[in-house]
Each structure stands twice: as structure tokens, then as C-alpha cells.
Design a protein around this ligand. Structure first.
Ligand code: ZN
Length: 262
């Protein structure tokens, strides 16, 4: 049943340590033992904060159950994206905290992602998990750039086409995937390559987000742009000559035949 709640947090009513239930009842049962302290419906994911009961009976798909008198706005189908976002937020927050930053989380209603501002580095980090039309990407990117010097987007699997747009404009774009409790960043280049690195291998500095392979991706983009420009200049020169016609430029023609032996 899609309405069944399969997500919870293990660190209190407003927790961010999210867990998803496995399909297998036995595995879910083991998870229950591992988190003996309890499960909550996180207010940070839009839930009610109440304690949840893990139902993992034989034969049935395991799920979390609210207390009998509980009323909650978060239903099973909305919970997935909300908790997925929470997981990204926790990993991103830990990575920034490890570098001594104090990130501020900004809610962007309906954006389908996460918007973190690091004022000390004049940076915004945007994790986009749901798909985003091209025009909306441009509008939001412009808006963020008016407020901070550096804006770094991380695109989840569903937001890949917005990533394509940024890749074409800037020569590098970052994909993001969850990996256990951490995040992997995919550094994409204009040749179609993606280099996956741990978020922990990346840094945020006053010059913006730095990831292994990003400089190479930008250099490739710059080389291709220069090649295109050169090709365009060549084509323009050819067109110009063709338009002027051969009579105006005798030197460009084959050398005139010499008179018969002088
Ligand atoms: Zn709830």
C-alpha cells in the first residue's frame, strides 16, 4: 500500500537521522533492534513528531505505525521525498560543519530540494532532487546569484536535465547521489564524462565549491569554446571572400599562366 509509512528518524521528534524500511520483514526487524531507542515521525520532514511503532510481522510489508490517536499531515507517499531531502541535508550539514562553517538552511516552498546558505563564504548550495524546468532553473540561479557570490547546484537523478543546462552554460555541473549516510558528487564535463567523488573530498572556500576534476572539466569547456570560435572565424573569412568574388582578389586565385616561352 502506497499510504504506508516506510520512513522515520532515530534521533527524536525533530530529528534528521532518517532511516528507510527495507522490503524484507526480517531485515526490518533487525533494524528495529538496532534502533532500540525508538523511531519518530520527524517534524523536520513535515511530520507530527510522535513516536512510531515498527510493524514487521511475518508475511506483511514492514511499515511504521502512528499511535492510535495520532493525527499527521505527512502521509506515506509524501514521506519519501521529504525524508530523502532530510538525508541530504544532514550529510551536507555535517560536511560544512567539519570545515568550520555555520550553514543556514533556507526553506524554498515547493522547490523540491534544499537551499543552504553559507554567509562566511558568500555561497549558496542548492540540492535539487525533483525535476526542474529550464526556465525555472535560470530564474532561481539568477535570484541566488544576486545575493551571494557563489552558487553551487547539486542535481539528483530526477533533476538531470537542469544539470544539462548548467553544464552547457558553465562547462561543469554536479550530480549528487546518496551513499549510505554520506553523499557522492558526480563532476560532469562537456565530453559526457562523470567523475564520482565523495563529498568529503570536496571543499568550500572563498572561491566557491572545489571538487577533484572540476578544473579539468572547466578547461575542457574553455578549449572547446575556443575551438568553436576559431572555426566560426574561419567560416566567416571564407564567406567574406566568397561574397567579394574572385575579381576583387586576384591574388587569392591561382597564379596566371606565364606567356609561352619568352
Ligand atoms: Zn506523523
Amino acid at each position: 500500500m502506497s499510504g504506508e509509512l516506510r520512513w522515520a528518524v532515530t534521533d527524536g521528534p525533530a530529528g534528521t537521522a532518517a532511516v528507510a524500511l527495507p522490503d524484507d520483514g526480517m531485515a526490518a526487524h533487525v533494524l528495529g533492534l538496532d534502533h532500540g531507542r525508538g523511531f519518530w515521525c520527524s517534524r523536520e520532514a513535515g511530520g507530527c513528531g510522535s513516536r512510531l511503532v515498527l510493524e514487521a510481522r511475518d508475511g506483511a510489508r514492514p511499515h511504521f505505525r502512528h499511535p492510535a490517536d495520532g493525527r499527521c499531515a505527512l502521509n506515506g507517499s509524501d514521506a519519501g521525498p521529504a525524508y530523502e531531502q532530510l538525508r541530504h541535508r544532514r550529510a551536507m550539514g555535517a560536511w560544512l560543519a567539519a570545515q568550520g562553517f555555520r550553514p543556514r538552511l533556507e526553506e524554498v516552498p515547493g522547490s523540491g530540494g534544499l537551499h543552504v546558505v553559507v554567509a562566511e563564504a558568500s555561497s549558496a548550495l542548492v540540492v535539487q532532487l525533483s525535476s526542474l524546468p529550464d526556465t525555472a532553473w535560470r530564474e532561481r540561479d539568477d535570484r541566488y546569484r544576486r545575493r551571494v557570490r557563489h552558487v553551487t547546484w547539486f542535481y539528483g537523478p530526477e533533476a538531470g536535465s537542469a544539470g544539462d543546462t548548467e553544464l552547457a552554460v558553465r562547462g561543469v555541473a554536479y550530480a549528487v547521489r546518496r551513499h549510505n549516510t554520506g553523499l557522492l558528487v558526480g563532476v560532469r564535463d562537456v565530453a559526457g564524462g562523470t567523475r564520482w567523488v565523495r563529498l568529503g573530498a570536496c571543499r568550500l572556500t572563498a572561491d566557491g565549491f572545489e571538487a577533484p576534476g572540476a578544473a579539468e572539466a572547466r578547461a575542457l569547456h574553455a578549449r572547446r569554446a575556443a575551438d568553436r570560435q576559431q572555426a566560426a572565424r574561419r567560416a566567416a573569412r571564407c564567406a567574406e571572400r566568397a561574397a567579394q568574388g574572385p575579381r576583387d582578389h586576384p591574388r587569392a586565385e591561382a597564379p596566371p599562366l606565364l606567356p609561352f616561352p619568352a
